[in-house]
Write a protein that binds this ligand. Sequence first.
Ligand code: PEP
Ligand code: MG
Length: 291
Amino acid sequence: ARAALDAYRALEPHTRDGRRIEVAANLGSLREIDAAKANGAMGVGLFRTEFLFMERKALPSEDEQADVYTRLAQAFAPHPVVVRTLDVGGDKPVVGINFPKEENPFLGWRGVRMCLERQDVFKPQLKALLRAAVVGNIKVMVPMIADLDEIRAVRGLIADCRAELEAAGTPHADFELGIMMETPAAALLADAFARQVSFFSIGTNDLTQYIMAVDRLNPRVATLNRTEHPAVMKAIAMICDAAKEAGIWVGVCGEAASRPDLIPEFVRLGVTELSMSPVSIPRAKRCITEI
Ligand code: PEP
Ligand code: MG
């Protein structure tokens, strides 16, 4: 079975009716680049930047981040690399960000909520991404979006960062801006969000957790933690319909993106990019060719 899958690594998979699907990698550090390429990743669909901020003594500088994002983009060029802005909260504390003790950290001050308040943390990351976009095909997505004002505020900050780089004479380029679709609010307002951004990436891990009101880490309630549940699939269909209507692309980057039982349904709904752990890529490619 392994040898049979090897044949799919280098393939750019199409469905039998000719639709091209991008199969990309979820990465948590630069160390995973080689494994992603060896498995045939067509770019990166989710680069989790948390590792840059965790298990260290101080916040990473703009220069350090620009170097990491540039190396990532160069490694996969001309394929796109989707970098997610910092997604931490009280459950994964970071030195230099003073997280409050919270009853419900998964419903608390995390992701974009924290970043919009801590611009001293967020702006260096956005500037580093604008700088890296000069050399590679960088796209940027924002996690935990639940309100339209959040994406408007992010856009405003990006404009400020661009102006500051311009004034300093630092080379920079624009990137496509998208959002993670992982809150019920974002799914219910998908039509409005689709007019504000260039793409959606469905985070099925959190979307399932929040739609089903079930802690994604608690084994006691794991039987309810099912992305294939009709309630979750209905939300995913709403997100895909809104994207189609607005003419933007939609990907899936949660664990469900690699599931052979769900891939045909995602593709049928209009998803054009699936992003997953590198080891799952060859099997997902084969699955696509059988649709
Ligand atoms: C998700 O929520 O589905 C996702 C991809 O992000 P994370 O697992 O990092 O929360
Ligand atoms: Mg998530």
